[in-house]
Design a protein around this ligand. Structure first.
Ligand SMILES: O=P(O)(O)O[C@H]1O[C@H](CO)[C@@H](O)[C@H]1O
Length: 295
């Protein structure tokens, strides 16, 4: 029943197109790479040169950001000579948005000519070797809400974006992962740079100790409340994806621990370590090879 309600209020292809055409009419930038900034990581957007920015509230059909650390601005510009668009703020299902709304910008990016998506997030480290400030290149994900039937692709399939049954075993591009890890080494971050599995939960509460232990036993290295729906929609419409998690806190795994996770700590860790992610993304964008795809 819930699905029927969602279906009737999903975006139509024409609405994605309307937003894409609106953006293309307002800016001469033609981005090939889109970057989604995670909690506290909005400073990435400030790296763009020759900026043109839009508040989400001014863009037709765009949802609004409601979470501290997510400014709610779409910035067009050049990073190391490559045309980019950057979301300073993403949407989460715990804000009350259905997943098709959470992922709206991704299909718009496809329609404006983006071919590569770089998603970043703040995440809790479950892997006991991880430290706060580490950067985890996402190798794979676990879509926990998907196990309960929550997926942004639920509803009639829009063939103009992609197939009914998209594969997800190659969600995170191997070459981009390799490049990110190599650049991490080159920048002297060998202690900080990791590769692992990200699991998204619905949030907004942080995990219980039992949940953290459970996720860890499943092979999860980092946990968060975002990213996976964006990646699913991006892969469905043929975007190449690189994902990176900044480990902003260590997940609490021990019943004797006094520690508790909180969003302030997440934002502070973002501030403290954003410079590493910025350096990595800047160099990566310079090295990315583009195909000049036109959708
Ligand atoms: O995933 P991003 O948007 O980086 O944000 C992460 O940080 C917030 C919790 O502090 C949650 O929204 C979690 O998903």
């Amino acid at each position: 029943m819930a699905h029927c309600v969602e279906d009737s209020s999903r975006y139509t292809y024409e609405e994605y197109k309307q937003t894409a055409d609106w953006l293309l009419s307002k800016t001469e930038h033609r981005p090939a790479v889109a970057i989604v900034c995670g909690s506290g990581l909005g400073a990435l957007g400030e790296l763009l040169k020759d900026q043109m920015a839009f508040n989400y509230s001014d863009i037709p059909n765009f949802p609004h950001s409601t979470v501290p650390g997510h400014a709610g601005r779409l910035i067009f510009g050049n990073l190391n000579g490559k045309p980019c668009v950057c979301m300073q703020g993403r949407f989460h299902s715990y804000e009350g948005y259905p997943l098709w709304k959470v992922t709206f910008p991704i299909r718009v990016f496809r329609l404006i000519g983006v071919e590569t998506l770089i998603v970043t997030n703040a995440a809790g480290g479950l892997n006991q070797d991880y430290k706060v400030g580490d950067i985890m290149v996402i190798m794979d994900h676990i879509n926990m809400p998907g196990f309960a039937g929550q997926n942004p692709l639920i509803g009639p399939n829009e063939e103009r974006f992609g197939p009914r049954f998209p594969p997800m075993s190659d969600a995170y591009d191997k070459d981009l992962r390799k490049l990110a890890l190599a650049i991490g080494q080159e920048l002297g971050f060998s202690e900080k740079i990791r590769e692992g599995v990200y699991c998204s939960l619905g949030g907004p509460n942080f995990e219980t100790i039992a949940e953290c232990r459970f996720l860890s036993s499943l092979g999860t290295d980092a946990v968060g409340m975002s990213t996976v729906p964006e990646v699913i929609v991006a892969r469905h419409c043929g975007l190449r994806v690189l994902g990176m998690s900044l480990i902003t806190n260590k997940a609490v795994m021990d019943y004797n621990s006094e520690a508790t996770a909180n969003h302030e700590e997440v934002l502070q860790a973002g501030k403290d370590s954003a410079k590493y992610l910025e350096k990595l993304v800047t160099l990566l964008i310079q090295r990315i090879e583009l195909n000049n795809n036109v959708f």
